[in-house]
Design a protein around this ligand. Structure first.
Ligand code: SAH
Ligand code: SF4
Length: 338
């Protein structure tokens, strides 16, 4: 599973990759951090995350809430609970809400569309709605777009096609990319991304991941470390160091200077200062978790997830202090694609 990039690399990207191979972790982070500040400034954008359902029909090998994990207590937020989470976040100043969940057939597209419409109405169109619900038909994506959804996050997870099908229980990379193209066609601000340190991944895979994000002209790229979950088939996989993820963040920042990149909670779960390190390596977004505290522990895609007993509002206070340690400040604006 070490296939080499098949994409034709244009010369600018090739030069960036050559430099990436030569640079130390520190130099790479410093260069990417500089590019990030030049393009995005000192501000760190906020996106309020609402993990509204942990029910999933899929069985991705890496994921703690996969269908086959019978230890998980399944939940879904009620529409009233979602609305309350949005109210709290909006009053605290957030202007982007991300609804994320498993591929849950009990949530119909019409039901999700109703929630999206409510958020747009409640916030008088001042807030952006981002969805992260996995693969859906183009028709469903179109309906949700018409309901007011502005953005969609769908990581391609790995650019290695064989590894992708293996890890995603037979679903192909081509299908994931088709969904991303549907989202782009429908004029969603489109986010993608991948995990770093998956078993079977090589350095070539990591370079190709970054190139694929560039080829897809992603508006947002989420990169987090793979954390082996004990209740999944990948339980025994080795944990790769955070430095691999930080290098990936920096490489994507150099290849796609304008994209928005979160300093992921997974990075903060692997290393207590992981998110601050990701910000210094080129990230410019944080995602405070607005999910009602009683459900947070049941949404563990990976083990060791941080801030499980903190409210979303407390989360924002903590993030405000954390970003100051790396010379940044929180930015409460909507943070549209550049
Ligand atoms: N069901 C949707 C959204 C929820 S999963 C989807 O699959 O797109 C959100 C992200 O969690 C996935 O894209 C994946 O990159 C990440 N994830 C899942 N399991 C993980 C693990 N063990 N370690 C790190 N990240 C993980
Ligand atoms: Fe479901 Fe997403 Fe987890 Fe896959 S990664 S099992 S689609 S929640």
């Amino acid at each position: 599973m070490t296939s080499r990039p098949t994409v034709a690399i244009e010369s600018e990207a090739q030069q960036i990759i050559d430099r990436y191979h030569e640079m130390s972790d520190l130099d790479l982070a410093a260069e990417a951090g500089k590019v990030c500040r030049q393009v995005h400034g000192e501000g760190v954008l906020l996106r309020g995350l609402i993990e509204f359902s942990n029910r999933c029909t899929r069985n991705c090998l890496y994921c703690g809430i996969r269908r086959g994990n019978h230890h998980v207590q399944r939940y879904s937020l009620s529409e009233a609970e979602i609305r309350e989470s949005v109210r709290v976040g909006f009053q605290r100043g957030l202007r982007t809400f991300v609804l994320q969940g498993g591929e849950d057939p009990l949530w119909s597209t019409t039901d999700i569309a109703r929630v999206v419409e409510w958020i747009k109405d409640y916030t008088c169109g001042e807030a952006a709605v981002t969805l992260s619900l996995g693969i859906k038909s183009r028709r469903c994506y179109a309906l949700l777009r018409r309901a007011g959804a502005d953005r969609y996050l769908l990581r391609f997870e790995t650019s290695n096609p064989e590894l992708h099908s293996y890890l995603r229980d037979g679903i192909s990379l081509a299908r994931r990319i088709e969904a991303l193209k549907d989202l782009k066609d429908l004029e969603y601000e489109t986010g993608t991304g991948y995990m770093v340190g998956l078993p079977g991944e090589s350095e070539w895979t990591r370079v190709r991941n970054a190139l694929l994000a560039r080829e897809l002209k992603a508006d947002m790229v989420g990169i987090g470390p793979f954390l082996p979950h004990p209740q999944t088939p990948l339980a025994g996989s080795p944990q790769q160091p955070l430095s691999l993820t930080l290098r990936a963040v920096s490489l994507v920042r150099l290849l796609l200077p304008r994209c928005h990149m979160p300093a992921t909670t997974a990075a903060g779960s692997l290393d207590p200062a992981g998110r601050e390190k990701a910000l210094s390596a080129g990230a410019n977004v944080l995602m405070p978790n607005l999910t009602p505290t009683i459900y947070k522990a049941d949404y563990q895609l990976y083990p060791g997830k941080i801030c499980l007993d903190e409210s979303g509002v407390k989360c924002i206070g903590c993030l405000s202090l954390r970003v100051k340690t790396v010379g940044r400040r929180l930015d409460f604006s909507i943070g549209a694609a550049l």
